[in-house]
Write a protein that binds this ligand. Structure first.
Ligand SMILES: *Cc1c(COP(=O)(O)O)cnc(C)c1O
Length: 228
């Protein structure tokens, strides 16, 4: 069995090589370690190996981990799961990023609940790029309207887009989804200077995501092993 530190090193090496092969600047792709369902001790091991960005999907589990690791103050915590409006306060109070924004109501609540003593909460709009009923996210046609609506809430800042493309699609379909995301992201960047993040790519598809301009890949299984 490989250790978390070894898996992280392997992932970083592959990411760097793929980034160079894609003719993109080194360090232009960040690695988010998705630690959902995994114990605090796994996060500590990854931290020791230099990892600083962590992603959680479930509100209470995430808050418990943030609090348990409060002494590691340079961790950047990303909430990446769907969020019900009655749980927004916990995300506004404990996380640095929320990646799954898909409606204005949630944006308004996060703004109202974010402390003025903290830096604004970073958000990415989740795009339902393959129009799947099982997934949240706005349709590509609605991205610019939501981006515009967010501008009235200064306690949150628009950082870009996030997507979870369909898992079992053909290579051609996967290329199309990633290309469509990149085109949307380019449009968003032209309009909003704060938009610098395209969060796409997971353990099974991150190479294609990097080739298509992803700036943040989210790896769970590849770092921490399979989940139960
Ligand atoms: C679980 C999850 C991941 C990580 O998935 P792996 O396939 O284990 O790498 C990435 N992004 C989101 C939104 C997730 O929910």
């Amino acid at each position: 069995m490989k250790t978390i530190a070894e898996r992280l090193k392997t992932a970083r090496d592959y990411i760097e090589r793929t980034t160079i092969d894609a003719h993109r600047p080194t360090k232009s792709v960040q690695l988010l370690a998705v630690s959902k369902t995994k114990p605090v001790s796994d996060i500590e091991q990854a931290y020791e190996a230099g990892q600083r960005l962590f992603g959680e999907n479930y509100v209470q589990e995430g808050v418990d981990k943030v609090q348990a690791l409060e002494h590691l103050s340079d961790i950047e915590w990303h909430f990446i799961g769907p969020l019900q409006s009655n749980k927004t306060r916990l995300v506004a109070e404990h996380f640095d990023w929320f990646q799954a924004l898909d409606r204005e109501k949630i944006a308004r609540r996060l703004h109202e609940q974010r402390s003025p003593h903290k830096s604004p909460l970073n958000v990415t709009i989740q795009v339902n790029i393959d129009d799947e009923h099982s997934k949240s996210g706005v349709s590509p046609d609605d991205v610019m309207a939501l981006a515009d609506a967010i501008q009235q809430y200064p306690r949150i800042v628009l950082r870009g887009l996030m997507a979870i493309p369909k898992a079992d699609s053909s290579d051609a379909q996967q290329y199309a989804s990633f290309s469509n995301m990149l085109a949307l992201f380019e449009r968003l960047k032209q309009q909003y200077q704060t938009a610098d993040t395209l969060s796409m790519g997971m353990s099974s598809d991150w190479q294609q995501a990097i080739i298509h301009g992803s700036t943040m890949i989210r790896l769970g299984t590849a770092i921490f092993g399979p989940r139960q």
